[in-house]
Design a protein around this ligand. Structure first.
Ligand code: NAI
Length: 726
């Protein structure tokens, strides 16, 4: 091996083609670390020195992925003080890539696995991109989903390669991760190969056919596809961008899409090198800001911790479920059956009548037909999925099931009854799960013989789309059951968070605070439309009053009454929330129970389609001219959820910060820019002390419920943050 490199191997054949093999000896994936930068600089020097004897270069990797991009551990630590180093380092790296693309010899990226972010940016600096159609291989620039932009020339090059509109809409603003075929359709790569040999043969063929490659933008007479911003056609499209930006962010504080758009539009009007500097400035601004740190923490580190089993007992061997009994083929049961069958598990879907069970299976039939018509799956795969679901009304058909997921009506005695029926029919050690959304697991477990095998598995609606499952440990749930439930959730490709039993668990309890706060503001006389706007601009995916209508106004009332009874029976005092009086009036005085009842905070047409906000709200609740600061409105919603999450930590219902952050974003729509419900506190202006001070201010203005819990105050005083790191 030559002296120039430890992470990039130089393999030269006797025809003058050099294959550069990315192969970091110290990591399972190649990343942009110091060793890589040094190697890359040395390799570029050598390429330039020896170029007269070379015919071309193939860039590929010896790892499973092509290249993993920048190291997020470094990026999350960048502060405004170290921003200049990031800027300088970024430009230096861009210069290396520029030297590669202006070598005067053809350079081909042989993308043998995932090339996301920095990995794809390296491929962009090559003259030709060939992707291996390997399973799980993804290509694209997902930086926006971490609050960043592609800062290795990705904005500058995609804009010049695809034109500004396609670059923004297909690559940069959504961060779509394409499989190799879709990457080809959308112009991100030039060819796809089925095998590694075919990929390398195609790379050589390109080199043979293009002895003097240059990028389109370095050739004389280059014109940007779709026209530059000064072109009349482009100018005609320009007004659509702010609208699409608003659609993407809902007006919430996501700086990345704005910076991406600015880097693209400004960069398109100047020469390549100036565009790279512009891109670097916008990148560094994002990387040194708080939002990218929040999003990297949640969507990278927390998500990885949660999915890799931080909450799973370590010493229980992994086990796969082969046949699951789903009890109740209603909305949730039907979705659970589909998700299990899609993951290759045999499903026996039981309801009271065969007709209901068949109807439940019909949901999977609909989803499969849609997936086939959209080209997301083949007819053969869809048929195989459907063949795995057996609808039935007979308990005896559940014989041999190694897991049970119950999703019958929300009624303790009914749930006890169905478990009694099945517990001696299914496998003797079958895992017993309930999908209850509110009933305490410990009490439900009392209805079965093997309480240690009983656990809560709380799915979210619609099950096929929602990525989260909340696992609830009852008092007598065993470690083995917890591990098996965790493995089952991973087996069906969902993200499991683990909590201890409590009324409403984590998610149902915390989302209730968000809704209550919105409803309370209506009761105070605030214009309902501004309440909705405040929720949207805070970054919530669903507006608060419309969400209340979806859940129905009667459901929280029922839960509240049960909770009140439980609190009072335990000798506590019930503190009513100001939202309760509004809900009571809506239901009792105006008969408006929500969308399923045809009328709620909104009007609905006969097909259940949402119309305008009910004009009666203004008449009966709104006080003309009564306003409260918009920031207060948003923070009342965000704080109410964050503060109760801290109480759940104090109560031991939650035991992991990562679970709280991920559960809040993926399960109950807490805004992603915050990094989740506890990261929101960590990242608040002034840190924990700033958050405590602001909570006290809200408590003074709007009620005791905003008083910061002791755990929060204590952590603020000690200068700590919420973290799982020990
Ligand atoms: P649903 O009313 O759509 O379906 C319940 C089904 O259970 C019906 O098809 C009914 O015929 C069936 N069933 C009743 N008795 C049965 C028995 N003895 N054996 C077999 N099947 C029987 O209800 P949904 O919305 O699917 O909810 C089911 C459970 O999931 C409830 O515990 C609910 O709290 C919980 N859940 C609901 C969520 C939602 O968004 N709807 C979210 C998370 C949990």
């Amino acid at each position: 091996m030559s002296s120039e490199s430890t992470t990039i191997r130089w393999e030269q054949d006797d025809t003058g083609v050099v294959t550069l093999v990315l192969d970091d000896p110290n990591q399972s994936a190649n990343t942009v670390n110091k060793a890589f930068r040094d190697s890359f600089a040395a390799i570029t020097d050598r390429l330039e020195a020896e170029k007269d004897s070379l015919r071309g270069v193939i860039l590929t990797s010896a790892k499973k992925t092509f290249f993993a991009g920048g190291d997020l551990r470094d990026l999350i630590r960048v502060t405004p003080d170290t921003a200049q180093d990031l800027f300088d380092g970024g430009l230096a790296f861009k210069r290396q890539l520029r030297r590669l693309e202006t070598l005067g010899k053809p350079v081909v990226a042989a993308i043998n696995g995932a090339a996301l972010g920095g990995g794809y940016e390296i491929a962009l600096a090559c003259h030709h991109r060939i992707a291996l159609d390997a399973p799980g291989s993804k290509i694209g620039c997902p930086e926006v989903t971490l609050g960043l932009l592609p800062g290795g020339g990705g904005v500058v090059r995609t804009v010049r390669m695809l034109g500004i509109t396609d670059a923004l809409l297909k690559v940069l603003l959504q961060g779509t991760q394409y499989n190799p075929r879709r990457a080809l359709e959308n112009g991100l790569v030039d060819e796809v190969a089925e095998t590694r040999e075919e990929m390398l043969a195609k790379a050589r063929a390109f080199i043979d056919a293009h002895p003097e490659s240059a990028q389109p933008w370095d050739r004389p007479g280059y014109r940007m596809p779709g026209g530059t911003p000064s072109h009349p056609k482009f100018a005609a499209n320009l007004p659509a961008f702010p609208a699409s930006l608003r659609k993407q962010t809902g007006g919430a504080p996501y700086p990345a899409p704005r910076n991406i758009m600015a880097a693209a539009v400004e960069g398109a009007q100047v020469d390549f090198d100036t565009a790279q500097v512009i891109e670097a400035r916008y990148f560094v601004e994002l990387a040194s800001g708080q939002t990218s740190k929040n999003m990297i923490q949640a969507f990278f580190f927390d998500l990885q911790a949660v999915n890799s089993g931080a909450g799973r007992p370590k010493d229980v061997p992994a086990r796969k479920v082969t046949k699951v009994a789903v009890l109740g083929a209603g909305m949730m049961g039907a979705g659970i059956a589909y998700s299990c069958a899609r993951a290759g598990i045999d499903v026996v879907l039981k309801d009271v009548t065969l007709e209901s069970a068949l109807k439940g299976k019909g949901y999977s039939e609909q989803l499969c037909a849609k997936a086939v018509s959209k080209g997301r799956t083949t007819q053969e795969k869809a048929d195989a999925l459907l063949a795995r679901i057996t609808p039935t009304a007979e308990v005896s058909d559940l014989a041999g099931c190694d897991a049970v997921i119950e999703a019958v009506f929300e009624d303790t005695s009914l749930k006890h009854k169905v478990f009694q029926e099945v517990q001696n029919v299914v496998a003797p050690d079958a895992l017993l799960c309930s999908n209850t959304s509110t009933l305490p697991i410990t009490a439900l477990a009392e209805g079965v013989e093997r309480q240690e095998d009983f656990i809560g598995l709380h799915f979210f609606s619609p099950v096929d789309k929602m990525p989260l499952v909340e696992i609830i440990k009852g008092e007598r749930t065993g470690e083995e059951a917890l591990a098996r439930a965790f493995d089952l959730v991973r087996q069906i490709n969902k993200t499991p968070i683990v909590v201890n039993d409590s009324r409403g668990f984590f998610t149902s309890r915390v989302i209730g605070h968000f809704i209550n706060e919105g409803v309370a503001m209506v009761g105070e006389g605030v214009e309902p439309a501004s309440v909705e706007q405040a929720a949207a601009q805070a970054g919530y995916p669903a507006k608060v009053l419309s969400l209340m209508d979806e859940l129905t106004l009667t459901l929280p009332r029922k839960i509240r009454r049960e909770t009140q009874r439980a609190v009072e029976e335990a000798g506590g005092t019930w503190t009513p929330h100001p939202a309760e009086a509004v809900v009571d009036r809506m239901v009792d005085e105006f008969g408006r129970t929500g969308r399923s009842g045809g009328a709620g905070f909104y009007d609905y047409d006969e097909n259940g389609r949402r119309g305008p906000l009910w004009p009666g709200l203004r008449e009966h609740f709104t006080q003309a001219g009564h306003t409260i600061p918009f920031r207060d409105m948003q923070e009342r919603m965000l704080f109410s959820e964050a503060l109760d999450t801290v109480r759940l930590l104090e109560e031991g219902v939650l035991t992991s910060v990562a679970d709280a952050n991920i559960g809040s974003i993926l399960g109950i729509g807490f805004p992603g820019w915050t990094g989740g419900v506890l990261q929101y506190i960590n990242g608040y202006e002034g840190g924990l002390p700033g958050f405590v001070a602001r909570a006290r201010e809200l408590a003074e203005r709007y009620g005791e419920r905003f008083t910061p819990p002791a755990l929060l105050v204590e952590k603020a005083e000690k200068g700590e943050v919420f973290t799982d790191a020990r």
